[in-house]
Design a protein around this ligand. Sequence first.
Ligand code: SF4
Ligand code: SF4
Ligand code: FES
Length: 545
Amino acid sequence: MAKITIDGKEYTVSDGITVVQAAAEVGITIPHYCYHPALRAPGNCRMCLIELTLPGRPGPERQLAIGCGTRVADGMVVSNTAPRVKAARAMTLEFLLIHHPLDCPTCDQAGECHLQDYTYEFGNDRSRYVEAKQTPPRKQVGPHIDLFTTRCVVCTRCVRFCEEITGTSELGLIHRGGHNEIDVYPGRPLDNKLSGNVADICPVGALVSRDFLYRSRPWFLKKVNSVCPGCSKGCNTTVEFRDNEIVRIKPRYHADVNDFWMCDDGRYGYHYANDPNRLKSPMIRDGESLVPTGWNTVFEAIAAKIAELGGENVAILASAFNTNEELRAIGRLAMEAVGTKHVGLISQPITSEDTVYPKFVIEKDKNPNRAGGLAILGDVPTDEDAWALLDGAKGAVVFGGIPGLELSEQVLARLEALACLVVVDILPSALTERADIVAPGTAFTEKEGCFTSSQKRVQRLNRALPPLGRSLDEWTFVCEVARAMGREFGYLSVGEITDDIASSVEAFSGAGDSAIGSRGYVLGSGEPAPETMTGNDAYAAKYWD
Ligand code: SF4
Ligand code: SF4
Ligand code: FES
């Protein structure tokens, strides 16, 4: 640790970090644009200027230093508020704003814009510049990203992201001096699978995500911490929502999982949760049609059908999109109420390899909880082997919730041969078309519970929106079916199931509800992942998450 003084007060901060990061550790803002702790620091914006007194020197250095390029040293003295620091920042802002349009009323970034915030805090209240402003054009630089070129402060964060994180180098600087512009190279759009991150790292409203453009002012959004269901990596995310609709998903910093980033499939893959065709009511088959009905009718019909067919003749297929807690309840339903050994885990099949960038890997397993499913249900059949459990079965309860799941002709034939098919799902599909009973379940944004990543990290999802219409949490549905069959599980909350998993499933020993903090719990580690507020964690908490 290093002892440094900022504005007359002594602090103990982590060794080897920049002054910008050290200030974040102790809750002090040093304004900056070009610096990002995950990228090289070129020191080009000059917004982070500080007055520096080096250890052993009688007074401040003659020139101001950049806080992003200066590492802390024991005994260092920093002034973040000296008059010449304030004057330098005001001048920097005046330069940055020379060509900047007065776009705040229509800019997507307003409300979460560092140019707006720092101008308010450190800038002048008027411009002395009376000449014509440059007006370079708005550009569509990639399938997901637009560039409002006039708003760019040429910090080059986006260029460095494409050089250092993805290694794809689609973005570059064209023209010289005051005519500098960000652009893509001819014929090479910004189409790497991490492209959405450039909208997050752009400190102003220049790079914007078309998916979010003009959909909401950020101050109207509510947010919960969640986990991406797009693959087995388990990227930490923030789900932002408004008026019962998911509006944006952004990455949340986790040093050991996704750093500051997430992929475009995860970022833009949430739209199925907003689909107007979502199932909202339980339904029971009447001839050719599925007819809305009440939940009690459904629970009793399922219990009666299982009794009629014989529990041992019924297959239970859980989903690799179910949470750990849902899987535990489903496993108990199969073992303790239905009494079947035919339990499987359906999933998106693995059809490709990992997508590997220099500093980010998108995993090939497009299921968020295969690891949890196999650990909680036992080593049950998955993929095609899971569907094969339907051969010879008379009935089946199938948990779906897998967006875009495609079923082979063989699977469809197996489903049609069943005397009774119960489907728990969120959207109409080939499964629900063949179902005798349909129970509407929850999308990941409506779930509470945990996924277990491929790295065996148990991470918590928080509910953004309530189950849609008359839909039910899957675990509640399972408990009610068990109750209709005369078996009481006694769960009153998701946390109770998390604790039950920790005490009943050896691999989850220690991973009770209270042990799963914001950094998750790595199975077998014996303790919750430590929560720190130093270095990048402190930076992320102050400037990012
Ligand atoms: S587009 Fe944004 S991130 Fe890129 S250089 Fe301009 S201000 Fe910086
Ligand atoms: S890498 Fe996987 S978990 Fe991360 S954002 Fe992409 S799909 Fe989601
Ligand atoms: S943030 Fe330090 S020079 Fe840009």
